[in-house]
Write a protein that binds this ligand. Structure first.
Ligand SMILES: C[S@@+](CC[C@H](N)C(=O)[O-])C[C@H]1O[C@@H](n2cnc3c(N)ncnc32)[C@H](O)[C@@H]1O
Length: 471
C-alpha cells in the first residue's frame, strides 16, 4: 500500500482530558491499596505484544501465571474467572489484603487461583514450578533494594524459558517532578504518627497548593499546580503509597535494563505500547533525528521530551532471537472494531469513521473501509484478518497503525472465555469497589447508583463489610 493510501488518525475534538512472619506489619495492612485490573497484563495481551515485536511466542492453553504484589486479587480474580483453562498464583506481603483476596476467591468458588501471604524474600519456598507469565504492576519501584533484588531472583528462577515477565516501574527523568512533590509531602507530614493521618494531612496540603497555584502564569508554577491537583485526583491510598511510602525509587531506562541484564533478562517491548500511557507522538522520531542526540540516549531523550513517568516493559531471557511475525501469524490474528461510519467523500473516495472516544479515522482505501463497515456490528467480537481482508499483506501496516493508536483491537484469537456469564464476578466487584471487569480484561467504572444496596448485598457473594478506605 502506498503512503498516500494509508489511513489517517485525527486528534479528538478538544474533549477535556480529564511476609515472612518475622517481618514488621505491612503499611498496606494499615492503608490497603485501591487497585484496578490492568488491561495490558492479561496474558493474551502480553502474548500479542510479544508477537508483534518479534518476541517469544506464547501458547494460550493451560499456561501458569504468577503475580507479585497482587494486593487483594483485583487483577488476578477476573483473569482466573474468565480463563478457566489456565492457573494463577498471587503473592503479597499484606496479610489483610491476601485475606480479602481469599474471600473473593471463595465467594466465586474459583479453583484455578491461589493467594499466598509472603514477603518476596521468602516467597520462593512457598511456590513450586515455573510460570509462563510473571507480572508485577506498581511494585518494583516501591520496595527496598533488597526486596527488589529478591523479586528479580524470583523472576529469573521462576520464569520458564521463553516466558514473559511484566515489570513496571517509575521512570526518570519524568518522575523527578513527581519526586519533588513526594519530598515536599514527606517533609510536611514527618511529625505525624500513622500513615492514615499523614495521608489525610498530605491531601489537605496538596489541595491547598493546587488551588493556590491555579491560574499561575509561570510555567513552573503551573506544572507544580497540576502535580498537586493530581494528588487529589487519585484515591487516598495512592497518596499514601506513592508519596508517603518509605521506598519509591525511579529508574532511568538504561539503569533498569542494566540491572535486569544481571539476572539474564532483556526487554521485548512496552506492554502499553498501543495505550495512551505508552504511545509515542507520531512526530517524535523526526524530532529526535533533527536533534541529532547521541544514539545510545535516544530512548531516554524520548522519555524526557514526553514527560514519561512510568514504564511497563515486557522482558524475557537474554539472547532470545527476535523474529518478526510471519504473514501466516498475522493472518490468524482477530481484528475487532467499534468505529462507526460517518460520511463518504465521493470526490476523493475516502470514508470518515469515528471512535466512541471522539477520534476520527479517515479510511483512504476501500478495503479498509469495507472491513470497518463489516466489523462494527460484530463488536466486541471480531474476524480473523484473513476473513476481514482479501489481501492481508496490503493492509497490515494500516491495521497496525490503527491498533497502535487504540482505534481497533487486534487479538490472538478468542481472548478469554467470552461465554462465561460475567454477572457473578461483576456483582462481587460492585460490592468491593467501583468497577467491573470484562472478559477482555477491560474495566468499566460503576457509579454509586449501580452499587448494591444493603438488601441486595445479602443476596450475592458479598464481603461482610464494605471495603475500607482512607480519606
Ligand atoms: C502499590 S501496591 C500495587 C498493587 C497492585 N499490583 C496494583 O498495581 O494495584 C504494591 C503491592 O506490593 C505489595 N508488597 C510490597 N512489598 C512487598 C514485599 N516485600 N513482599 C510482598 N509483597 C509486597 C504490597 O502489599 C502491595 O499490595
Amino acid at each position: 500500500m502506498s503512503e498516500a493510501n494509508k489511513s489517517v488518525i485525527y486528534a479528538a475534538p478538544s474533549e477535556p482530558s480529564d511476609g515472612a512472619s518475622t517481618s514488621p506489619p505491612s503499611p498496606y495492612d494499615e492503608v490497603p491499596y485501591r487497585s484496578y485490573p490492568i488491561e495490558w497484563t492479561a496474558p493474551e495481551r502480553l502474548a500479542l505484544t510479544s508477537l508483534l515485536h518479534g518476541g517469544p511466542r506464547q501458547s494460550l492453553g493451560a499456561y501458569r501465571m504468577l503475580e507479585l504484589g497482587c494486593n487483594d486479587g483485583t487483577n488476578l480474580i477476573p483473569l482466573a474467572y474468565y480463563r478457566p483453562q489456565a492457573s494463577f498464583v498471587g503473592i503479597d506481603g499484606s496479610t489483610r489484603q491476601i485475606a480479602t483476596a481469599n474471600d473473593k476467591r471463595s465467594s466465586l468458588r474459583l479453583t484455578n487461583v491461589s493467594f499466598l501471604s509472603s514477603d518476596f524474600r521468602s516467597a520462593d519456598d512457598d511456590i513450586s514450578g515455573q510460570f509462563d507469565f510473571i507480572v508485577a504492576h506498581g511494585v518494583f519501584s516501591w520496595v527496598s533494594h533488597d526486596n527488589r533484588d529478591a523479586m528479580l531472583k524470583l523472576c529469573a528462577e521462576r520464569l520458564r524459558p521463553g516466558g514473559l515477565l511484566y515489570l513496571n516501574y517509575n521512570a526518570r527523568p519524568g518522575w523527578n517532578v513527581r519526586g519533588l512533590i513526594r519530598d515536599f509531602l514527606l517533609a510536611q507530614t514527618a511529625h505525624i504518627t500513622g500513615l492514615a493521618a499523614r495521608t489525610a494531612r498530605a491531601r489537605e496540603i496538596a489541595a491547598r497548593l493546587a488551588d493556590e497555584l491555579a491560574g499561575a502564569e509561570h510555567p513552573y508554577s503551573r506544572l507544580l499546580g497540576n502535580e498537586f491537583r493530581f494528588v487529589g485526583q487519585n484515591h487516598a491510598s495512592h497518596t499514601a503509597h506513592e508519596y508517603l511510602a518509605e521506598y519509591n525509587y525511579a529508574y532511568m531506562r538504561g539503569e533498569f535494563l542494566n540491572l535486569l541484564a544481571q539476572y539474564d533478562l532483556a526487554p521485548v517491548a512496552d506492554a502499553d505500547f498501543n495505550y495512551v500511557s505508552g504511545r509515542l507522538p507520531e512526530g517524535l522520531a523526526s524530532t529526535l533525528a533533527r536533534l541529532d542526540v547521541e544514539r545510545e540516549t535516544v530512548d531516554e531523550t524520548a522519555d524526557l521530551l514526553c514527560y514519561r513517568q512510568l514504564h511497563s516493559p515486557i522482558l524475557t531471557q537474554c539472547g532470545f532471537a527476535r523474529r518478526l511475525p510471519e504473514p501466516a501469524e498475522l493472518s490468524r490474528l482477530v481484528v475487532a472494531s467499534c468505529l462507526v461510519e460517518r460520511e463518504r467523500n465521493s470526490a476523493d473516495g475516502t470514508t470518515l469513521f469515528t471512535h466512541p472516544s471522539g477520534y476520527g479515522v479517515e479510511a483512504r482505501s476501500e478495503s479498509i473501509a469495507r472491513a470497518l463497515r463489516e466489523l462494527q456490528p460484530l463488536w466486541p467480537r471480531g474476524l480473523s484478518l484473513a476473513d476481514a481482508f482479501s489481501d492481508v499483506g496490503e493492509v497490515v501496516d494500516d491495521v497496525r497503525l490503527l491498533h497502535r493508536n487504540g482505534m481497533i483491537e487486534l487479538r490472538l484469537g478468542d481472548d478469554a472465555d467470552a461465554n462465561r456469564d460475567p454477572e457473578p464476578l461483576n456483582r462481587m466487584e460492585r460490592c468491593w469497589g467501583d468497577h467491573i471487569t470484562t472478559s477482555r480484561h477491560t474495566v468499566q467504572t460503576v457509579t454509586a447508583l449501580d452499587r448494591p444496596t444493603d438488601q441486595s448485598r445479602s443476596q450475592g457473594p458479598c464481603p461482610p463489610q464494605s471495603r475500607p478506605t482512607v480519606s
